[in-house]
Design a binder for this molecule. Structure first.
Ligand SMILES: Cc1ncc(COP(=O)(O)O)c(C=O)c1O
Length: 345
């Protein structure tokens, strides 16, 4: 039986263009630890793609590292990071930001569709005893888009939250583990979704969307960039052969590869969702990008798994389906046939 992969975009392989870029960089020898010409070129590519003359980029090895390092460069040890209560940084990173941030705390803020609501953010900030050393002082707003539940913020949503934070003297971070999927869905530029909307630092996800072993922090705030020089080293992210990470990120951002790969996963999810809707199953989230949580019931979930569909079983009949750059129309059609049969039986 050939399985159909919906567990995660992390389960997908590496895009051929990325493999080729690593092979192309594998010529001769260059100076190590990021002082190489490929990493220098990466800075130029990032500045061009993000339309920002002084943006800096730091390749790191995981999205968790990108988040924790970017956040701690923006947050003092006595500070607090505010994010949605379902955010990956709060629930799924083992407290990495607090550890690397010398005890900085994380606070969840509510809001529908797994997105921070401006009123909830204002209420959280109103409840702070500013200047009281007994209380962590909010320093950063972290926006995850797409969210962990596959919904996205509009550019205006991001700008509104960032402006509320800026009024309170806070910086804004974007967890862009799947930023390319959001860019494709919004049809906006990377600049519009980030610094033009008030974002100071971005965790630029690459690996879920076809890279091999690199994520990156893109930072528009120079002071945070200066800190990251030391923070990346002290946390073990200044790798000796950084040029191979840089080569991946360059290839990823060149000729819109990242948008084409994400375009595939978004389009396949659209097809999947359009096929599932008439089957009468309940969608837990609005599948804005490449992720759908759907309630098919326990019996159907078991039958779908039995028939070869791979997915995360969230319990109570709810399953998580994620498409990737590798998902094909044939995968979707087979999955829809399997699901229809499982629901009918
Ligand atoms: C929204 C979000 N942020 C950050 C991460 C962390 O990435 P990594 O698993 O590479 O540490 C993930 C991983 O699933 C994620 O979904």
């Amino acid at each position: 039986m050939t399985h159909i992969e919906f567990r995660s975009d992390n389960a997908a392989g590496v895009a051929p263009e990325i493999v080729q870029a690593v092979a192309d960089a594998n010529v001769g020898s260059v100076i190590a630890y990021g002082d190489d010409p490929v990493t220098a070129q990466l800075h130029d590519v990032v500045r061009e793609v993000f339309e920002h003359d002084t943006a800096r980029v730091f390749p790191v090895t995981s999205g968790t590292a990108a988040n924790a390092l970017a956040l701690t460069a923006l947050c003092p040890p006595w500070g607090a990071v505010l994010c949605h209560e379902t955010a990956h940084i709060l629930n799924s990173e083992g407290g990495a930001t607090s550890m690397l941030g010398g005890g900085a705390v994380m606070r969840g803020v509510g809001g529908d569709d797994f997105r921070m609501h401006p009123d909830e953010l204002r209420a959280a900030l109103d409840g702070i005893r500013w200047g009281d050393p007994h209380h962590s002082q909010p320093a950063v707003i972290s926006i995850t888009s797409p969210t962990d539940m596959g919904t996205i913020y509009s550019v205006d949503d991001i700008a509104e939250l960032a402006a509320i934070g800026a009024e309170a003297g806070m910086a804004t971070h974007l967890d862009g583990a799947r930023i390319a999927n959001a860019l494709v869905a919004l049809g906006c530029t990377p600049a519009e979704m980030t610094w033009k909307a008030g974002v100071d630092a971005v965790s630029l996800g690459c690996t879920k969307n076809g890279a091999l072993s690199s994520e990156a922090i893109v930072v528009f705030d120079d002071a945070a960039g200066d800190e990251l020089v030391y923070r990346t080293k002290r946390s073990g992210h200044v790798t000796s052969k950084m040029r191979f990470q840089s080569a991946q990120v360059i290839a990823y951002l060149t000729d819109d590869l990242w948008l084409r790969l994400a375009g595939n996963s978004n389009a396949r999810m659209k097809r999947l969702a359009a096929g599932l809707e008439p089957l009468g199953v309940r969608f837990v989230n609005r599948p804005d990008v490449n992720m759908l949580f759907v309630d098919v019931g326990e019996a159907a979930a078991a039958a779908m798994a039995e028939a070869g569909m791979l997915f995360y079983d969230m319990g109570g009949g709810v399953i998580r389906l994620v498409t990737s750059w590798q998902t094909t129309d044939d995968d979707i059609d087979r999955a829809l046939d399997i699901t229809a049969a499982a629901l009918a039986s």
